[in-house]
Design a protein around this ligand. Structure first.
Ligand code: SF4
Length: 348
């Protein structure tokens, strides 16, 4: 049975939905910029936000952010146990550390005991860049196995201290390596929640496709309780991409779904122009409600009969259809949204 963890009011693992994460790209000392980015992330449906804490001197900035943030935060710590302690003392409900980088076994114990006292969740993990030569040698040159070994070594440091509120993570820029590491870790630590993603996947179409390919294969194996689509773009883009992937896989719905035809020589509606207009209203629709935008009435309503509502071009203008049946004919001149509006349901 998968363990359920709680970060603030957010549950992860167990029966909780697959959670969507991102990371602040603003600097921690700029509180107002951080809060603005957090509000934007909340609007897009982000549920947990990682924030870099580069020095313990920024403890008060983190405290302020934790107090004012609309979303639960996870402080990202590198190498220094004093920074991990500062993050916990600042009231951060979760931290991301590499237990092997906490100075000494005694210092790690100090961090773990403080986390236990304050009910703080610890995410551990490695990425392909942090595999060392010894881990690679012990894994016979298998980089995916070396990545799993690196994470296992971290995990055992916490388990040996009887600390169990742990999220496991193994990421690579390489999909095959990420899959191999996660499969191996899941065999051993499958009762713990997993954070998944393809790290540094790039930007734009290539970055999203690479993340989608890797994540969908992990999800198909039942691996993944929280996710991030790592893009060299604003964090809100990461969240939109994450929901797009979850929606396409029918794992989570958020607002309406859009289907549209590629168009062909029968086209009576400029679908490429209409799609952005329809996309604008999806957020106001019930979760999973499907709207179709089709180029012609010859095939459109029939091809999109699984959509609850749709619009197609006709020689005289537009036709509106519900589950494949035409319910209205609109003369030329009306916009797609005007034609659809009387039939759109409200979000409950
Ligand atoms: S719905 Fe009509 S325009 Fe669109 S691809 Fe099918 S036949 Fe072509």
């Amino acid at each position: 049975m998968k363990k359920t963890l709680r970060i603030g009011s957010l549950t992860i693992g167990g029966g909780a939905p697959l959670r969507v994460e991102s990371m602040l790209k603003t600097r921690l000392h700029d509180t107002e910029a951080c809060l603005a980015q957090l509000q934007e992330l909340k609007k897009e449906g982000c549920e947990l936000v990682r924030v870099a804490l580069p020095t313990a001197e920024l403890k008060d900035c983190l405290r302020t952010l934790c107090e004012r943030s609309p979303l639960p935060l996870m402080a990202d710590i590198h190498f220094d146990p004093d920074i991990a302690v500062a993050a916990i003392e600042a009231g951060c409900p979760s931290i991301r550390i590499n237990p092997g980088n906490m100075g000494s076994p005694q210092r790690l114990t100090g961090v773990v005991e403080l986390a236990r006292d304050r009910g703080v969740v610890i995410r551990i993990g490695a990425n392909s860049g942090s595999i060392n030569a010894e881990q690679l040698r012990l894994s016979g040159g298998d980089r995916g196995a070396a990545l799993a070994l690196a994470v296992s070594q971290q995990m055992e440091m916490l388990l040996s201290r009887k600390f169990y509120d742990v999220i496991v993570s193994a990421k690579s820029t390489d999909i095959a390596e990420t899959l191999r590491a996660n499969v191996l870790l899941n065999e051993r630590y499958g009762d713990f929640p997993f954070h998944v993603g393809i790290t540094e996947s790039g930007s734009g179409l290539d970055g999203i496709v690479k993340s989608a390919c890797g994540l969908s294969r992990l999800f198909a194996m039942g691996i993944g309780d929280t996710m991030r689509v790592s893009l060299s773009q604003p964090p809100a883009d990461e969240v939109r991409a994450a929901y797009s992937i979850l929606r396409a896989l029918d794992l989570r719905q958020r607002g309406g779904k859009l289907i549209s035809c590629p168009t062909c020589g029968r086209r009576q509606l400029d679908v490429a122009d209409a799609v952005p207009e329809v996309r604008e209203i999806l957020g106001s629709l019930p979760d999973g409600y499907t709207v179709a935008v089709m180029g012609c009435e010859v095939n459109g309503p029939r091809e999109a009969r699984h959509a609850q509502l749709g619009i197609a071009g006709s020689p005289n203008g537009l036709v509106v259809f519900r589950e494949g049946e035409i319910v209205a004919r609109i003369e030329k001149g009306a916009s797609v949204i005007e034609a659809l509006r009387p039939y759109l349901p409200k979000k409950s």
